[in-house]
Design a protein around this ligand. Structure first.
Ligand SMILES: Cc1ncc(COP(=O)(O)O)c(C=O)c1O
Length: 348
């Protein structure tokens, strides 16, 4: 990849969704065998679905266009109209999915205060509402691994096991928004199948850190995925020769999972560079670097504008919160440069 310090290209740290398919990935896409996936006849989609199901130790998986659709399909399978979903106030499913659970699924959402990956299972247990005509029954609990607005934090395995017990005791389902579960797997060394065993459904994303242009999967039992296939069609997510896209995902699973450790190291390097300025919101565990600018001499918009003027793009999440994200398309040279530019701005 071209060195941005030489070519004057911006160093794009806004998100890990900005990556472009590599030459190898494009080759895999161009040569993919395809068929009509609505007829179940796309061999590359079928292969991807089987591979991902096996990785998580589940029976089946369903290829979807986006992570949002994969989450919402799973929630509609788990929660009947009028039922309740519990999740945290910062969860992607209630923050960035346009009210889809209510709009499409008739699902009521109730949230626990935003604590990122630092979940208190007893607190969640205390929120559960039982069946009965006098209250909205809790049907599913959703968690996010890793946690996006929680700065890429990783929910510890013990916490997830506790939550599974809480869900079982309440006869509630447990869903994982695993858009970046690959990062948790690499950071904590927890096998994907160990995560898989704890959830009724997972949505896992190929187009974030894994670098595919499109695609997420819902993972679960054969029965749930059969229902999910119907919901996907109802939502307009049935695709035809989708093997071209699934091929990118298969390539990513082979080539881009282990390398996430490099992205984590790059994020740690950025965190180290800005730590002296008191703006690191939380310890960095994966590829996200959360910034809290409450005590900084500038707000998030001013920081982003100053960084942009020097060729570094960052995300503004709120007036005093921002985020840096490392990924496949930022080189070590680019990180070195960003690690010089950002402290210079924060010092000013
Ligand atoms: C945690 C999480 N879940 C779900 C999504 C949704 O993915 P998509 O943009 O493919 O709908 C994202 C997107 O960034 C995310 O960060």
């Amino acid at each position: 990849m071209a060195d941005p310090t030489v070519r004057g290209m911006p160093i794009d740290l806004r998100s890990d969704t900005v990556t472009r398919p590599t030459a190898g990935m494009r080759e895999a896409m161009a040569t993919a065998e395809v068929g009509d996936d609505v007829y179940g006849e796309d061999p590359t989609v079928n292969a991807l679905e089987s591979e991902v199901a096996a990785l998580f130790g589940h029976e089946a998986a369903l290829f979807c266009p986006t992570g949002s659709m994969a989450n919402q399909i799973a929630l509609q399978v788990l929660v009947p109209p009028g039922g309740e979903l519990l999740c945290d106030a910062d969860a992607h499913v209630v923050t960035y999915e346009m009210g889809a659970a209510a709009a499409y699924g008739g699902i009521t959402s109730r949230t626990w205060p935003a604590v990122g990956a630092d979940i208190d299972p007893d607190g969640v247990a205390g929120m559960i509402r039982p069946d009965g005509y006098w209250a909205v029954p809790t049907r599913a609990i959703a968690v996010e691994q890793t946690h996006n607005r929680g700065g890429g934090g990783v929910i510890p395995l013990d916490t997830l096991r506790e939550l599974r017990r809480v869900a079982d005791a309440a006869q509630s389902a447990l869903h994982c928004d695993g858009a970046r579960i690959w990062h948790a797997h690499v950071a904590d060394g927890v096998p994907l199948a160990t995560y898989g065993a704890l959830f009724d459904t997972l949505s896992v994303c190929l187009s974030k850190g894994l670098g595919a242009p499109v695609g997420s999967l819902v993972v679960g039992t054969a029965d749930k995925i059969e229902q999910a296939r119907l919901v996907r069609k109802r939502m307009g997510g049935g695709m035809r020769q989708a093997g071209i896209l699934a091929a990118a995902g298969r390539y990513a699973l082979t080539h881009h999972v282990d390398r996430l450790a490099e992205d984590h190291a790059k994020a740690a390097r950025l965190a180290e560079a800005i730590t002296p300025y008191g703006v690191l919101a939380a310890p960095v565990r994966t590829n996200l670097v959360p910034l809290d600018l409450t005590k900084a001499p500038m707000d998030a918009h001013a920081l982003a504008a100053a960084a942009r003027a020097e060729g570094v793009l960052i995300s503004v999440l709120g007036p005093r919160t921002a985020r840096l994200v490392t990924h496949l398309d930022v080189t070590n040279a680019a990180i070195d440069r960003a690690a010089t530019i950002l402290p210079r701005i924060l010092r000013a």
